[in-house]
Design a protein around this ligand. Structure first.
Ligand code: XMP
Length: 561
């Protein structure tokens, strides 16, 4: 997982978050901001104590979030904090150790971020990674200097101290991933070299106070033994027990939500996406009918999506749901709109209007629930803005009439996507919903090139159904980040029996991706592609030609609009 999404000029006006739910909730948050209300302070939803944590001092590396992700894989709670965070905020987390992340700065430059004094005073174990190791060296009396050349890429790490607890279960030599310019000239007093590479005589260091430094990146996949190293740090050196489990998270969250909401009323927008679904289910388990979900059907969803979502939440989970079929309204507003960004704006604005109208009917409401996840929180914190402000620039949604005065309830704000999926499964949500591929907030509107009409929506739904069906039958659905059909505005000549046809061209897109920032077109088996193509032209009479999109991102995007 990386930070700093969407910095490319060409992407500026595009939505880059990967969940349809965030889209929905972001519209709402934007509306609140316009009404002059700031999002609630994160501290309100900090998960309760009794658990242990590894605290990462984030010096701005693109890999910082990945370190957190790795630590959480060992069922140890982990948070990223900025170097100027006060101890008062750290103490309630019950830290068992600190990790100093990498970062772009040079420690000897004035104003370079350094570690807060309390990490040394606490006497807890510390692991400095890359820039973090240089920070340790600099602050503890060693010497860091500019390197003659940048060391970037693979290197072979040779252990000089095979007995060091940080290297338990490691072979004597192993590949590691380097990415640094500055180098350590002299270790701080009390430290010894634990490992070296051809270009780095001090590739790893440590002292007997459980302070370690690594010049390479253990968190990236290019360091195959990196997970073992981090595991050693978390369990052997910090003594963590690994009690950050899904069921502990659920019981803690339910208690927390009960306490936070009291007798208040909560509303939530349901989109059918994983994040809003899991958030709503968790809240529902905590406060039952004090939660009302508003499900706005904007008419841009896929076949059976409305029924399935509604049935899951209303019939299976017994939630209080207000269902609004606003398809006609959205379709009217989309008449004549062909520009992709204009489509997004229209859908966003109309969504807010419908949601507000329905929310007003409920009477007094105290909280707005959102499926915000940890990467969104980190991104907004590191950019110094709110999530809404950031996405607002992508969407340029303006002039919204909202006057809502609600507190935010964000029970997933400390979770990663795969943790959300685990929680969803444990809460009893159907697998189909938990493993749903991301679907954009504006829905099929941005998968129909040109004007959106009722007829085109039906054609696309039919074609998309075939794609989904064949992908699922081939058991490829979970491996793919997204797979779907696009209805282009190209028409071409074909032949059917004795007749000449003139029909639509449908494109099929299937991509693999880690985070939607980059994506590769999937090498789908030919027979799957053949079945998709032949079924579409047979089952959708308006379509007589199917093509497969074989471009990656960049230079293309995942969606066509
Ligand atoms: P692109 O097409 O930019 O998409 O490569 C990256 C990811 O974002 C999703 N996407 C959107 N999601 N509203 C959303 O909620 C949007 O306007 C939007 N546009 C793209 C896309 O499906 C992919 O997962």
């Amino acid at each position: 997982m990386t930070k700093g999404k969407s910095t490319q000029p060409a992407e500026k006006s595009r939505r880059i978050a990967t969940s349809g739910d965030i889209e929905v909730s972001t519209y709402l948050e934007i509306a609140k901001e316009i009404a002059g209300e700031q999002p609630a302070a994160p501290k309100e939803t900090i998960p309760p104590v009794q658990r242990e944590a590894i605290v990462i001092i984030d010096f701005g590396s693109q890999y910082s979030l990945l370190i957190a992700r790795r630590v959480r894989e060992y069922q140890v709670y982990c948070e990223l904090v900025s170097p100027d965070t006060l101890w008062e905020k750290i103490a309630p987390l019950n830290p068992r150790g600190f990790i100093l992340s990498g970062g772009p700065a040079s420690v000897y430059e004035s104003g370079a971020p350094l570690a807060p004094a309390y990490i040394y005073e606490s006497r807890l174990p510390i692991l400095g990674i890359c820039y973090g190791m240089q920070v340790l060296t600099h602050q503890l009396g060693g010497q860091v200097a500019p390197g003659a050349k940048r060391e970037y890429g693979h290197a072979i790490l040779h252990l000089s101290d095979v007995d060091s607890p940080i290297f338990v279960n490691l072979p004597p030599s192993t590949p590691v991933w380097m990415s640094h310019a500055d180098r350590i000239e002299q270790l701080p007093p009390g430290f010894t070299t634990l490992a070296y590479t051809e270009n780095s005589p001090f590739a790893a260091m440590g002292n007997d106070k459980k302070v370690f430094g690594l010049q390479f990146h253990p968190e990236v996949a290019h360091t195959p033994e990196g997970r073992t190293i981090l595991r050693n740090f978390v369990y052997r050196i910090c003594g963590c027990k690994g009690n950050w489990t899904t069921s502990n998270f659920i019981s803690d969250s339910i208690a927390k939500i009960k306490q936070q909401v009291g007798k208040g009323k909560v509303i939530s927008a349901l989109s059918g996406g994983v994040d809003s679904a899991v958030a709503a289910t968790l809240i529902h388990q905590a406060i039952g009918d004090q939660l009302t979900c508003i499900f706005v059907n904007h008419g841009l969803l896929r076949r059976e999506e409305v029924e399935r979502t509604f049935n899951t939440f209303r019939l299976n989970l017994g939630m209080n749901i207000i269902y609004v079929d606003a398809s006609e309204r959205f379709l009217n507003r989309l008449k004549g709109v062909t520009d992709p960004e204009a489509k997004r704006r229209v859908v966003g604005e109309e969504f807010i209007r419908v949601f507000e109208e329905e929310a007003k009917k409920i009477g007094k409401v105290d909280f707005l629930a959102q499926g915000t996840l940890y990467p969104d929180v980190i991104e907004s914190a590191s950019s110094g803005s709110t999530v809404a402000a950031k996405i607002k620039t992508h969407h340029n949604v303006g002039g919204l009439p909202a006057k809502m005065t609600l507190h935010l309830l964000e029970p997933l704000r400390y979770l990663f996507k795969d943790e959300v999926r685990q929680v969803g499964l444990e809460l009893g949500l159907p697998e189909e919903m938990v493993w749903r591929q991301p679907f954009p907030g504006p829905g099929l509107a941005i998968r129909i090139i040109g004007e959106v009409t009722g007829e085109k929506l039906e054609i696309l739904r039919a074609a998309d159904w075939v794609v989904m069906n064949e992908i699922k039958k081939a058991k490829l659905y979970r491996q793919l980040w997204q797979s779907f059909a696009i209805l282009t505005d190209v028409k071409s000549v074909g032949v059917m029996g004795d007749y000449r046809t003139y029909g639509y061209l449908v494109a099929v897109r299937a991509v693999t991706s880690e985070d939607a920032m980059t994506a590769d077109w999937s090498r789908l088996p030919y027979d799957v592609l053949a079945r998709i193509s032949s079924r579409i032209v047979n089952e959708v009479p308006e379509v007589n030609r199917v093509v497969y999109d074989i471009t990656s991102k960049p230079p293309s995007t995942i969606e066509w609009e």
